[in-house]
Design a protein around this ligand. Structure first.
Ligand SMILES: [Zn+2]
Length: 275
């Protein structure tokens, strides 16, 4: 009986030893695997960094070469290139409706919001940078609109004016148009405009201008090619009320120039035509 117990004890000890050794080996193998994965990640990171640096260098060289080619072009051709960008200055206001059948190439800004593919990524970059540096919470609340979208917004506004201001229908049509553009005359249909507000104060009224988002955007939007399209006191020229939330893409060069001059898009285009 004693001998039997001893055998059992030895067997248990051997089993315990085997389990401990097995776990130890497993542990060492896992460590080795982690080490290998770590080394592979290091190689990948270093390869990626090299690729990014190479891309940056190539891009810089490409830009420098393009700038050199531009400078060597005769004046007339330079002007023609400049004119290509003028399409970005297209005016759409109560007196200048959208061209018939205008259909911009669209791209996603974020979520369901779309804009002209030439500015969608820039708009998103601007919003992200604003979020990082302004201390506000920028939020897009309108971007590209179809004719039907605009019609619905306008119809709703007419109804609200009639109900809230007790205006007769004919008068409501006119009053509504000062705040919501008539279908076919909204910049949002161009795909080049976005309404950006601060999540802290998500209302479309003049107080919006005091929000950190608007303070930052009014200063930095030209860096991304956008202008504050309807500045205070310009509604006689633009046909739209002061909208401290409505940003329009015109390209960086024009945006910087328009903002520096402190004029509206209408005035800038008139000035360019008269040059
Ligand atoms: Zn707008």
């Amino acid at each position: 009986m004693k001998a039997f117990r001893k055998e059992v004890l030895v067997a248990v000890l051997i089993l315990a030893l085997a389990i401990v050794c097995g776990s130890g080996i497993q542990f060492l193998l896992t460590l080795q695997e982690i080490h290998r994965a770590d080394q592979a990640a290091d190689v990948l990171i270093s390869e990626t960094l090299t690729a990014v640096a190479d891309y940056g260098n190539a891009e810089r060289e490409r830009c420098a070469a393009a700038a050199e080619r531009m400078a060597s072009l005769p004046q007339v051709k330079q002007q023609r290139l400049d004119d290509l960008h003028l399409e970005l200055l297209m005016i759409v206001n109560p007196w200048s409706p959208l061209p018939e059948g205008y259909a911009p190439e669209l791209a996603t800004v974020v979520g369901d919001y779309l804009m002209d593919s030439r500015c969608a990524a820039l708009a998103w970059q601007m919003i992200q940078d604003c979020s990082a540096y302004s201390g506000g919470l920028p939020m897009i609340c309108s971007a590209y609109r179809t004719q039907e979208d605009q019609q619905m917004l306008y119809d709703n506004k007419v109804i609200r004016v009639m109900l809230e201001e007790y205006a007769p229908y004919e008068e409501a049509l006119v009053r509504a148009a000062a705040e919501v553009a008539l279908p076919g005359t909204s910049e949002h249909q161009l795909g080049l405009a976005a309404d950006i507000i601060d999540e802290i104060y998500p209302y479309l009224n003049n107080f919006q201008e005091t929000m950190p988002t608007q303070i930052w955007l009014s200063e930095h939007s030209p860096e991304y090619g956008f202008i504050l399209r309807y500045p205070n006191g310009t509604s006689e020229i633009t046909g739209i009320i002061y909208e401290p939330w409505h940003y329009r893409y015109v390209g960086e060069k024009f945006a910087r120039e328009i903002t520096a001059r402190g004029i509206t898009l209408e005035e800038y285009v008139a000035w360019r035509r008269g040059r």
